[in-house]
Design a protein around this ligand. Structure first.
Ligand SMILES: [Zn+2]
Length: 252
């Protein structure tokens, strides 16, 4: 889970321009299904944000034939429940080629060997971050935002990839999207941290901050920018440190 945006083409655009996004991961793919993506309110944490009422879009399948099934640990399932989603499918990637961790709509999280070698709390933060992307359907939110910015109609059920492809070669549109991505990444950071606190007893210091301090991936934002981005993310998490302590204390 590093500072890469959801869409590689856009990412390369922004990296070349030395524009730093606060993003960490990627999301998108597979067909969206109301049944599969339905939220199970039982067990959902009262503090977890409500999913915005955006339409569901469809996505072209993006299979990972080299991935293997991963049995989720009980705290991972609890984080999903706290976020209001009933089931998350976990896969293990063979390497970090596509990043340390990423989520695929509507309910899949892919973890690399590097992610699985993190400390328990750093990994819990990474998974909580990805669960937040799925639970809040950031991939569908992006389609609505992009369509609005590009003056295109929003058609529920339409193929989300077709809208996302509008970003290809459109640096101006990517720039307009970057604040929305930053907001989603920040939301995934703080909500993911609190999921890790409540489900795993992990403080932000042992989860997100430990992960960001150990983060040496340079795949997003450029070498100089990477450190600065992590510092920004840590600073923006500080208002949530006390809440995480309270939730972590209650988890024991
Ligand atoms: Zn992310």
């Amino acid at each position: 889970m590093q500072k890469w945006t959801r869409y590689p083409t856009v990412r390369s655009f922004l990296i070349k321009a030395s524009i730093v996004l606060a993003g960490v991961c990627c999301a998108v793919a597979a067909p969206a299904s109301d049944t599969e993506n339905s939220h199970h309110k039982d067990g959902k944490a009262g503090w977890f944000p409500d999913t915005p009422p955006v339409p569901h879009f469809s996505w072209r399948p993006r299979p990972c034939p080299s991935c293997t099934e991963l049995t989720p640990a009980t705290p991972w399932r609890k984080m999903a429940s706290l976020a209001g989603i009933g089931r998350v499918h976990f896969l293990r990637a063979p390497d970090e080629r596509n990043g340390i961790a990423y989520s695929v709509a509507p309910a899949t999280i892919v973890l690399s060997p590097a992610a699985l070698s993190l400390s328990r709390c750093a990994l819990s933060f990474v998974i909580g971050h990805e669960i937040t992307h799925l639970a809040l359907r950031h991939y569908d939110q992006d389609v609505v935002t992009l369509a609005f910015l590009a003056h295109q109609p929003v058609i529920p059920g339409a193929n989300g990839d077709d809208i996302i492809q509008m970003l290809d070669g459109d640096f101006s549109l990517a720039l307009k999207m970057s604040p929305y991505w930053e907001a989603e990444e920040h939301e995934a950071d703080w909500a993911g941290s609190l999921l890790a606190a409540q489900a795993c007893g992990c403080t932000i210091e042992k989860g997100a901050i430990a992960f960001l301090h150990s983060n040496t991936d340079e795949s997003g934002g450029g070498i100089a920018a990477a450190h600065e981005t992590d510092q920004t993310r840590i600073r923006e998490l500080k208002p949530f440190i006390r809440s995480a302590h309270i939730l972590a204390d209650g988890a024991h």
